[in-house]
Design a protein around this ligand. Structure first.
Ligand code: GDG
Length: 471
């Protein structure tokens, strides 16, 4: 029987209760595996003294997972190093933060080889393999070297960088050529697909014809497959007990004030500092909003081991403290800045209580928070989404107020407009956004990608979310 084998760096299915703190990617992949029988393979997050390749099989939340431990040196070079200090900043247009160290590249190759050697014996002749994200770009090439001839697809959850930026990476050519071992390579947006196509045609001088790259060994099809959320289920969650209690708690503490909400992993790509400054601009330009509005920013710490993350955290503590010191009154604090993670159902209630969802990353593959905010709204009295043009989601969510997050004046004006928007316009915009979020949900994304991956090499690529092909 043909199974789906999903591979990602971390394996983190939501618990059986389904209300844990699992992020968007985890929710999406667990949903994919509940639908198709299969296995989810990846790193356990644990380290041991010497790599053994021993697999621990478990069943979590209805999903079979296969976990391997890595060595401490792997964590340092592959995960904290090449993934988080080289590729993440580079792919988010932060070459100033990107560390190009040979040991990181060696660790990346070593772990991808280890993953391939451990995974290959698990793959049956009919299985289809779906590999996720920038940690594992060379995995298909390593599997091919071991003789795996199955159909293998890759999906990139983050943006694809501009050609000139990518060429700053010493091994850029090797990295991109390793993608040609896949049968299908998927991106979040047309923007990413076009940037990739630009590199392929101008650096590798290869031809893209009819949505596929023609090269010696195979035909690698490429496409945009914008990821979605479990939209109907999330909308439902927002009306359940825990969400309702959280909503009421916020309403009580709001005391009639409007709430602007941000929810992000604490990451420099999310534009949090720029967001705080744009909000400060609103308070400076419109003193009448003082004491009538507040910003709730939930920012869950991540990648604490990396210095750039310690620095952004310290900067945000400083900026939020300064703004609060300058504008607060004895009974009003302009920014409620929270570094604690919340349960998913609490989060749904928090989204529903916010009059404005402020989603302003400087660069983002998709951004699921924008979609969750829309899904959680009350249809009779929805809030307004303010969305960065540099989130992949902006290609699909044109009825949001689209802003340039680098311009604090533009963002602050959009905030003012969102806070004052009449109900009729809010409902019209939200309805269109919600139709899209429901239609292009995570099941549509998964089915579209898997169907395209299962097609014969001669077939055409189906695409999700109404996106066009680059050719
Ligand atoms: C990467 C790409 C792409 C956040 N705080 C809490 C919490 N979250 C959840 C949100 C959302 C997820 O984490 C964040 O997803 P995003 O898409 O916003 O961002 P990344 O983590 O950077 O994800 C991104 C995504 O992969 C999927 O392809 O969209 O572009 O960067 O689901 O709700 N969840 C809970 N408590 C929190 O405090 N339960």
């Amino acid at each position: 029987m043909s199974r789906l084998i999903v591979v990602s760096n971390r394996v983190n299915p939501p618990s059986d209760a389904g209300v844990g703190t699992a992020g968007g990617l985890a929710m999406a992949l667990a949903a994919a595996l509940r639908e198709y029988s299969g296995v989810w393979f990846g790193w356990s997050g644990e380290t041991i003294e010497t790599f053994t390749g021993q697999i621990s099989m478990q069943k979590i939340g209805g999903v079979t997972v296969a976990l391997v431990d890595l060595e401490e040196q792997d964590r340092e070079e592959y995960y904290d190093g090449y993934a988080n200090r080289t590729l993440w900043p580079l792919f988010h247009s932060r070459t100033d933060l990107a560390a190009y160290e040979r040991s990181f590249g060696e660790g990346y190759e070593r772990v991808n080889r280890r993953f391939a050697e451990t995974l290959a014996p698990l793959i049956g002749p009919e299985d289809v393999v779906w590999i996720h994200d920038y940690h594992l770009i060379p995995l298909a090439a390593e599997l091919r070297r071991l003789g795996v001839a199955n159909r293998i697809g890759f999906f990139l959850h983050i943006p694809w960088p501009g050609r000139r930026q990518l060429t700053t990476l010493p091994q850029h050519r090797q990295l991109v050529e390793s993608l040609l071992s896949y049968d299908l390579v998927g991106f979040q947006s047309r923007d990413a697909l076009e940037a990739f196509g630009d590199y392929i045609s101008r650096e590798l001088e290869m031809i893209i014809h009819d949505g596929a790259i023609i090269h010696d060994s195979r035909r690698t099809r490429i496409g945009a497959f914008p990821i979605g959320i479990e939209a109907a289920a999330f909308a439902e969650l927002a009306t359940q007990d825990v969400a309702r209690e959280t909503f009421e708690r916020i309403r009580l503490s709001q005391a009639g004030r409007k709430m602007i909400l941000g929810v992000d992993r604490l990451d420099y790509s999310k534009g949090l500092e720029e967001r705080f400054l744009a909000y400060e601009q609103l308070l400076a330009d419109h003193p009448d909003w003082a004491e009538r509005v507040f910003l709730l920013q939930i920012a869950t710490p991540s990648r604490d081991a990396v210095q750039a993350y310690q620095e952004i955290r310290a900067r945000l503590d400083g900026v939020s403290g300064r703004i609060n010191g300058a504008y607060a009154t004895i009974d009003w604090v302009p920014i409620r800045y929270v570094n604690r993670a919340h349960r998913r159902d609490e989060l749904a209630g928090i989204y529903r209580a916010a009059q404005v969802g402020l989603v302003t990353p400087l660069r983002d593959g998709m951004n699921l928070v924008a979609k969750e905010y829309v899904a959680a709204q009350d249809p009779e009295d929805p809030g307004v989404l303010v969305l960065s043009r540099y989130a992949g989601a902006a290609e699909q969510m044109e009825d949001a107020l689209i802003v340039n997050p680098f311009s604090r004046e533009e963002t602050s004006e959009a905030l003012g407009r969102a806070l004052a928007m009449p109900k009729r316009e809010r409902i019209t915009r939200w309805r269109r956004l919600m139709d899209g979020v429901l239609r292009d949900d995570v099941a549509a994304w998964r089915d579209c990608f898997v169907a395209a991956l299962r097609l014969d090499a001669g077939g055409d690529v189906a695409e999700g979310g109404g996106n066009r092909k680059a050719s």
